[in-house]
Design a protein around this ligand. Sequence first.
Ligand code: ADP
Length: 434
Amino acid sequence: MAIDETPSSFFAPRPDRLRHSAIILLAAGLGLTVLVTLGQLPLLAAAAVFALVAAAALVPWRLHDAEASRDDIRTEDPVEAAAVNAIVAGMPDPAVLLDRAGRVIHLNAAAAQLAPALRKNELAQFALRSPEIIGALREAIATTQPRRATYLDQVPVDRWMELVITPVPVPTRFGGADKCMLMTFHDLTPLRRVEEMRADFVANASHELRTPLAALSGFIDTLQGPAKDDPKARDRFLAIMHAQATRMARLIDDLLSLSRVELSAHVRPDTLVDLVPLIRQVADGLEPLAHERQVVVEINLPEMPIMIAGDREELLRLFENLIENALKYGASGGKVIVSLNSAAMAEGAPEIRVTVRDFGPGIAPEHLPRLTERFYRVDVGDSRSQGGTGLGLSLVKHILNRHRGRLLIESVPNNGATFTACFPQPRSPGSTQS
Ligand code: ADP
């Protein structure tokens, strides 16, 4: 909606019509008195003429006044009026200045977008439909005290909004100041989302920790009670307890890693790291797991060093997660291929890509966009039985973000999954990108 940028008539400068009218009436009164005294005009005619002059002097003034100002608080100073308008127009959030009756004096473009029915010189109450806003506005007008309200704006999308009404003094024509109302709106949706995510995260983390803890205390009770003298059961339970304790430790480890990466998210790593030996080290470390799952790991690495600006520990963690996932969830394919190569992106910026491909069951398309969410798993039972925490891919994404890289996930159900970690290539050896 286009906003009329001319100063509102509320603030329009005007001549001192009151003084002019008084002078005209005084002159007419004097002239008529002289004519009546001299006997040149009957008193009745003089009175009629005076009434006509008075009407001519005052009625247009009253009409103009009624149209231009419904209150008597307007400022006469055009510079001041323009400044007030400019301030409202320049506010980043939706802002509306109302007179003390609730009529719109000025509104900025953001406010016009938020409430398209708002019009200058019209009552805001008629244009705003939310009962919370109208209630707060009524109270603010009645008490001339600040008011706040939060409400759900459902058009065009659900948004939690906060309304703040602040009484502001505006200079009056007769000196002093009168209270206008400045309404500002703030979008609380991002804050609410963060708050919800935080609450979800705490709930998920507690739940994930409580599950192995409950198993541990259950087995302790059994070992102290019914299985006290059963060496076979004791060995079996101790093995399960060990697995549960390992899962708890891993969860705490992943949580700490996530928070560490998040804390340093804005600081891009600047040490040059050669990816070739690093990937080999990770693959060697996972050889026992590959052996256990009967998976052949094929590694295609170039002969020469491939350097990126990175954090060594985080990169180890990243590749460990991707290769371990391929070994755990794609084991049925019997083969995992890890390859490293450079590629030019569409825009021409060169990238270094590490691809981990497995030939397992793959992932259904509806899960792909959510895989990097914390605690998201395709199959919770499967993940838990594999010692998973549901945090691995979230950690991978955060590490890549910190390295200004990105994660690509492709999968064809029943034909495996491919996870590709893409890193920007340093421009020249020894240099880092901004
Ligand atoms: P988890 O600790 O459960 O392994 P991740 O965040 O690493 O957590 O992975 C999230 C989920 O993504 C896993 O639980 C699994 O369902 C799915 N997933 C990850 N990698 C693969 C893969 N290579 N093949 C099939 N599913 C996978």
